[in-house]
Design a protein around this ligand. Sequence first.
Ligand code: ZN
Length: 388
Amino acid sequence: MHCLNRRQFGSGLLATAAGASLLPEAATARRRYTGPNVIIVRFGGGVRRRETIDPDHTYAPYLRHVLAKRGTLYTDMRISAQDGVVTSHAQGTLYILTGRYDRYQDVENKFLSERFEPKAPTLFEYLRKAYNVPSHQTLIVNGEDRESEDFLTFSNNHSYGVNYRSSVLSLHWFKTYLLRAQLNEQDLSDKARQEVQAQLEKLEARNYRGDEVAQQVDELESFWSRWRRHYGDSGFVNARGDRLLTQLTVRALHELRPKLVMVNYQDPDYVHWGNMSHYTRAISIIDEGVRQLVDTVEADPHYRGNTVFVIVPDCGRDNNPLMQVSCQHHFNSKSAHEIWALVMGPGIARGRVVDKPVNQISIAATIGQFMGFRAKFAEGGVLNDVFG
Ligand SMILES: [Zn+2]
């Protein structure tokens, strides 16, 4: 029953979205956006302070020793310890994007499945409702291992929702594009066509939000067409893992000119398998990715001097001396609640270290303040110490 209602609701939203896109742009009467661009870096997959912002033990030397001097570092950001708050990846991502510690459950209550639907608007929706910013300029850049996070792009809030959604760049969306493009090719045999069709249906079935059409805007189709020309169809030429996220983001900054991007790094999480070096190496790879993103912004007059970085983990990790790898998991322990944030850009205090406790859900209100909208459902206050 729950499932049926959800599907009906989803198709209703889709119909609204298709109808809305037929309206002339002026009918929406939204303002032109002239504020700063914001790049949210989810330093994700769950990381501890020790291997990231502890100056003596960091595997992210660029972040800790270079970038921190140019921005405001919150060394005691926390995820609330109240009941029902979960220290994990999709949850942390939604705490950041909505500014609320809402409880989440799978859309069909499937055990260990994380197909979530936020009830409160995401930052993308606030921005696009307040300003005339097209969906391809509000982006989530996502990895291939946590595919449900491809769909955290809009809420069920009735006055926001799918009309104000973000777009997603990920290998899964590229594969969807590729299969659709292959179906349009003349020289495909009947057998090959059936196979491509079956693969496409399988990929589309993972979309529990029912919004494939909304993702197929011209700008994204062109983006993937250029990506395909450059990297081919195999998926083996482009980078993989978190390096791919950097590659996608750099390209998107050049080609799509986004105003608000969230890059969902995740690979430190491979330490779940029990190998500490996977974790520390992945942190270094994100650090290198952050350096590339900052370099890209500074080399581009469109972004230079007009772009704020907000770097924050989705969650911390355990510090469990009974385990051979003490930070193997993030089971709601004290240390799994302990994160940090670094904010850097025009108007942000430089070299400031704030050690008072602050909350992860304050990120949303703070980004609203940068971008000129009020995240009115967000519960965290603005991080005022960042203002220089
Ligand atoms: Zn994990």
